[in-house]
Design a protein around this ligand. Structure first.
Ligand code: RIB
Length: 292
């Protein structure tokens, strides 16, 4: 069983559905409002656990109702919360999501996720023992991402960095990571000086650009490869990227070849969009294998 740590955010998603996305200064009438578990870190942890990995989350929640709900959701999905410590007098992270016109718009309030600090990582060092893969995203402080990349390098643990939401990365962090998985927009922010093809060639078998319904693009050392995604009827694309990252990490940690890992991850991501909510459609291992 692959042993994975996720260092990242845990939030509650406040989701409204509407037939129309409001423009600046506009008010529209929506259709529904729902609260569901989310946060890129938590989503990736839950997705990896459903796919059969032994997952430990390193994160923070607020000392509030949402924090309790987030912890219960981890436990329900068999994600260890030994390193998810509630922050006193602080709110849990929230994501404010509008689902309209077939896509989402999201505003994230990091709140307690800002307390996933380098010091907190140092206090959580026991979690890193015997780990196959560490996953991290960018809804936590930038210095923590740098710090975790150094810890992974020092301990010889592979780091999968999902650079979302977009922000420029130091070269050191890129070097320390084993895999980097931006979407097209994030790739432009990271490699603004390079064309996509040049960026892929610079980081063979390391940079994997997710292109939504088109698939995932990388350079395998000889050729630029586009592994196509599977076509499905999408209900909610929120969390598809998180499912891709988790499934990719699980497959790689289990020793699967890169091309097979991308295919497995694409299949998992395609299933995730068939239900409502970031975690609603995240598949189990059996569900993905039945489709492969
Ligand atoms: O990647 C999807 C996630 O991004 C949502 O669950 C929301 O919490 C935002 O952080």
């Amino acid at each position: 069983m692959a042993k994975i740590i996720v260092v990242g955010s845990s939030s509650i998603d406040l989701v409204v559905t509407s037939s129309k996305r409001p423009g600046a200064g506009e008010t529209v009438l929506g259709d529904s409002f729902t609260t569901v578990p989310g946060g890129k870190g938590a989503n990736q942890a839950v997705a990896a656990a459903r796919l059969g990995a032994d997952v430990t989350m390193i994160g923070r929640v607020g000392d509030d109702h949402f924090g309790e709900a987030i912890l219960n959701n981890f436990t329900f999905n068999r994600v260890s919360t030994d390193y998810v410590e509630p922050v006193t007098h602080m709110e849990s992270g929230t994501a404010h999501i509008v689902l309209a016109e077939g896509d989402n718009s999201i505003v994230v309030i990091k709140a307690a996720n800002n307390e996933v600090t380098p010091d907190y990582i140092d206090q959580s060092m026991n979690a890193f023992q015997g780990v196959d893969m560490v996953m991290i995203q960018q809804e936590i402080p930038e210095e923590t991402v740098t710090h975790v990349s150094r810890v992974c390098k020092k301990l010889g643990i592979q780091l999968l960095l999902n650079p979302a939401p977009a922000r420029p990365l130091e070269e050191e962090v890129i070097e320390n990571a084993a895999y980097i998985t931006p979407n097209e927009h994030e790739a432009e922010v990271l490699f603004s000086e390079l064309s996509l093809s040049d960026a892929l060639r610079k980081y063979p078998n390391k940079l994997f650009v997710t292109e939504g319904s088109k698939g995932v693009r990388y350079f395998d050392g000889e050729n630029e490869v586009l592994v196509p995604s599977y076509k499905v009827e999408a209900v909610d694309t929120t969390g598809a990227g998180d499912t891709f990252n988790a499934a990719f990490a699980v497959a790689l940690a289990e020793g699967k070849a890169i091309a097979d890992s991308v295919r497995f991850a694409n299949r998992a991501a395609s299933l995730s969009v068939t239900k409502f909510g970031a975690q609603g459609g995240m598949p189990t291992r059996e569900e993905v294998e039945a489709q492969m």
